[in-house]
Design a protein around this ligand. Structure first.
Ligand code: ZN
Ligand code: ZN
Length: 452
């Protein structure tokens, strides 16, 4: 269940666009990015030769996905790639994470992050290099494993960028801090790496960059959002308690299914009646489990929610309202108090791109990729734990790269076949233009921040 009309995004976006326009009208645009267009040509030429290597790496990673915090083979392969290039590699930072350092004289420390984990999905793309991997999950059930969020593209672009920067090492000064992060999909990897000393055992970055695939945009393009870009994500469990009994004698029982139904509908009033319509909120009940048979009233129903917000005050309000509404529904039905649990281990803070860093990066990307290839995009209610590095005090910028054939995007926009979203078992990027654009964009963004 999901409540938030498109109007919310549109208004938020209009506001963001207005702020941007105002800013640039007052002449605060960052300075032009110097020799970057020339470096861009050098990178393109290098990439034409290097692409075959990256293509093989991409297809290997795609066919061999691993779930969150199980990225052992993946990390080993990436460690080998980075050692070959002369990076100093530390393994097992935050369980399976990698930290790779390349020092090249005095200058800024620039962090580039990739994530490594895949999803428990049986791949149905029909690609010749599709994943055939099956593993047992925590509950002992066999699941497929698939890079359905494009983290294999991220890793390939990360290695590709390292190869470009080492190739061009006479053209820049500073320190590269390339990190391969585990468990983005369960929101635990960034925190694990920070808690394991990412910013104390290694050079602390002045900036952090990352890219993410976009399953709805044409390959060859980059999109960005200044400021708030992705939402706070909370996981909430509600155990509605009643009194079990015979389905034919409801008066002798307290039916938690009826109470759960009431709670689910009442929760939507948090979005529609309690919070500012211009402040985006989503409350989704993604799972409801209760009962075993037609004629038995169960004693418990278990609800699982995802809650999305942007502002901390709104988040606090919404989480309190969920508990209040659940308790009130139980009280109204003479039921025992429900258990409402907000899972701190599954919280992902809102991703806020640093505005000066984003503007500086966008100016550089436009100078190399072309004005029309770098476009703004509205914030969305998804979540990404790259936000944790910003919370630890590092200015961050995450941008998106298009991954789909332009004709398919056009067809979908005209009302034709819709494109599979990220996390779909049918999602696939077009490797060559996607990876080439990703490496060119990421290398340009890093070079723009390093000393010359
Ligand atoms: Zn994902
Ligand atoms: Zn992802």
């Amino acid at each position: 269940m999901q409540v938030r009309s498109a109007t919310g995004y549109v208004i938020l976006w209009t506001w963001a666009a207005a702020v941007t326009t105002t800013f640039f009208c007052y002449g605060a645009e960052p300075p032009p990015a110097g020799d970057l267009p020339e470096l861009g040509k050098v990178i393109r030429t290098f990439l034409d030769k290097d692409y075959a290597y990256l293509d093989a790496l991409y297809k290997h990673l795609h066919a061999n996905p691993e779930l969150s915090f199980q990225e052992v083979q993946t990390a080993q392969r990436l460690a080998k790639e980075m050692r070959q290039l002369g990076f100093e590699v530390t393994e097992n930072v935050g369980k399976t994470g990698l930290v790779c350092v390349f020092k090249n004289g005095p200058g800024p420390v620039v962090m580039v992050r990739t994530d490594m984990d895949a999803l428990p999905i049986v791949e149905r793309t029909g690609l010749p290099y599709a994943s055939q991997v099956r593993v047992r999950n925590a509950e002992g059930r066999e699941v497929g494993v698939m890079h359905a969020c494009g983290h294999d593209v991220h890793m390939t672009c990360w290695v590709g960028t390292a190869r470009v920067l080492v190739h061009l090492k006479d053209r820049w000064k500073g320190t590269l801090l390339f990190i391969a992060q585990p468990a983005e999909e369960i929101g635990g990897g960034a925190r694990a790496m920070i808690e394991d000393g990412l910013f104390t055992r290694f050079p602390k970055p002045d900036y952090a960059l990352a890219l993410h695939c976009d399953g709805q945009a044409p390959c060859g393009t980059v999109s960005y959002t200044e400021g708030p870009s992705l939402a706070n994500a909370d996981a909430v469990d509600i155990i509605v308690r009643g009194k079990g009994g015979h389905g034919a004698a409801p008066h002798q029982a307290i039916d938690p299914i009826v109470i759960a139904a009431r709670i689910i509908l009442d929760l939507q009033t948090i979005v529609s009646r309690e919070t500012d319509p211009l402040d985006a909120v989503v409350v989704t009940v993604g799972s409801i489990h209760g009962g075993t048979k037609h004629n038995i009233i169960p004693s418990e129903v278990h609800l699982q929610l995802t809650v999305r917000t942007f502002k901390d005050a709104t988040r606090k309000h919404v989480l309190e309202a969920i508990e209040r509404i659940a308790k009130a529904a139980a009280h109204a039905a003479r039921a025992p108090e429900p258990i409402v649990r907000v899972n701190p281990g599954e919280f992902t803070p809102s991703l806020v791109n640093d505005v000066p860093l984003t503007r500086r990066t966008v100016a550089a990307l436009k100078s190399v990729l072309g004005e029309d290839k770098v476009v703004p995009r509205p914030p969305v209610m998804g979540a990404e734990d790259f936000s944790r590095y910003a919370q630890a005090g590092v200015p961050i910028c995450m941008f998106r790269i298009g991954t789909v054939e332009p004709e398919r995007v056009e067809e979908a926009q005209k009302g034709g076949r819709p494109l599979p979203s990220l996390h779909s078992d049918e999602y696939y990027p077009i490797p060559e233009p996607t990876i080439k654009t990703g490496v060119l964009a990421l290398s340009t963004a890093v070079l723009n921040l390093l000393g010359r």
